[in-house]
Design a protein around this ligand. Structure first.
Ligand code: DGL
Length: 270
C-alpha cells in the first residue's frame, strides 16, 4: 500500500515529513532526482522527460499514487502527464491545488465558480520555471477573482539548499523578499511555491514580517492526501516497503537529508 513522493531533489522531503507525521503507518517511497536538480532552470520538455522517468520508477516500486512534491514539475509537466501519459489505474497529484484551496478558503475539491476572497495582494516565491509557467495564477483564477499576484523567481535558492549552503540560501531569500517588496510593498499573503523553501521558512517569515500570512505546502499537502486516500482507498499501491531512492550520490544525499530532517535517512540508488 505504498504511496510515492517525487521531487527534483531534497525539497520533497518537507512533504515526506508532513505526510509521515500525518499517516505514520503508510509506507512511502521517496524519489529525489538529485542527479538532475535543479529543475527550476530547465525548459518544460526537459522537466517533463525527467519527471515522467522518475514517476515511472515509483510506479515500478509498487506505487499507484504519486505525489509530485515539486512545484516546478507540477507547473511544467503535470497537466501534460495527466492528459496523455499516466497509465490506467495510476494517479499523479501535484502540490499546487491544496495550497490554492487553502488560500481561497475552499474545501478540498470545491469546484464552484471563482469568487472574491479575503486576500487581494499575494506574493508568490517560486523557481524561475514555476514563475514562467504562470500555473499558479491559472489555478488561482479558477477559484478566486480580484487577486493581484506578484511573482518572484528565486534564482539560486534551490542550488544553495541542495549544496547545504544555508548561509547563502538565507542571503538569497532576503534579497528575493526585498526584490518582491519593490514590486509589491504590502502583500497580505506570501506563498512558498517550492518544496525546498520550507527548509528556510523561518527566514522568509522573518524577512516578510508579522503582517504577512505565509502559506507553506507540507501540512496542506499531507492533509489533502489523507482526505484523498479516505475517498480513494483503491489508490493504495501494492508496495510494502518504505524506501528513499535517489538518482544522485546516495551517501551525499543521505547526509544532507539527515541534516535537514534531523533524523537518520538512508538513500539507495534509484
Ligand atoms: N522542490 C522543487 C519545487 O518545488 C524545486 C525545483 C528545482 O529543482 O528547481 O519547485
Amino acid at each position: 500500500m505504498a504511496v510515492g513522493i517525487f521531487d527534483s531533489g531534497l525539497g520533497g522531503l518537507t512533504v515526506w515529513d508532513a505526510v509521515h507525521k500525518r499517516l505514520p503507518d503508510m509506507p512511502l517511497v521517496y524519489l529525489g532526482d538529485n542527479a538532475h536538480t535543479p529543475y527550476g532552470v530547465r525548459d518544460a520538455d526537459d522537466i517533463y522527460d525527467l519527471t515522467t522517468a522518475g514517476v515511472a520508477r515509483l510506479f515500478d516500486a509498487g506505487c499507484d499514487l504519486v505525489i509530485l512534491a515539486c512545484n516546478t514539475a507540477s507547473a511544467a509537466a503535470l497537466r501534460r502527464m495527466q492528459e496523455r501519459w499516466v497509465p490506467q489505474g495510476k494517479r499523479v497529484l501535484g502540490v499546487f491545488v491544496p495550497l490554492i484551496e487553502a488560500l481561497t478558503e475552499r474545501q478540498w475539491g470545491d469546484n464552484s465558480p471563482p469568487r472574491e476572497v479575503a486576500v487581494s495582494n499575494v506574493a508568490l516565491f517560486a523557481t524561475p520555471a514555476t514563475v514562467a509557467s504562470r500555473a499558479f495564477q491559472r489555478e488561482l483564477a479558477f477559484r478566486a477573482i480580484g487577486v493581484d499576484v506578484e511573482a518572484q523567481a528565486c534564482g539560486g535558492v534551490v542550488d544553495a539548499i541542495e549544496e547545504g549552503d544555508m548561509i547563502l540560501a538565507e542571503a538569497l531569500v532576503r534579497s528575493h523578499v526585498d526584490a518582491l517588496r519593490r514590486k509589491m510593498p504590502h502583500p497580505q499573503a506570501a506563498v512558498l511555491g517550492c518544496t525546498h523553501y520550507p527548509l528556510v521558512e523561518a527566514v522568509f517569515r522573518d524577512a516578510l514580517g508579522p503582517d504577512v500570512s505565509v502559506y507553506s505546502q507540507p501540512d496542506l499537502v499531507a492533509a489533502s492526501l489523507a482526505d484523498y486516500l479516505g475517498r480513494h482507498p483503491d489508490k493504495l499501491g501494492q508496495g510494502e516497503e518504505a524506501v528513499f531512492l535517489t538518482t544522485g550520490d546516495p551517501k551525499r544525499v543521505s547526509s544532507r537529508a539527515t541534516q535537514f530532517l534531523r533524523r537518520e535517512i538512508a538513500f539507495q540508488p534509484a
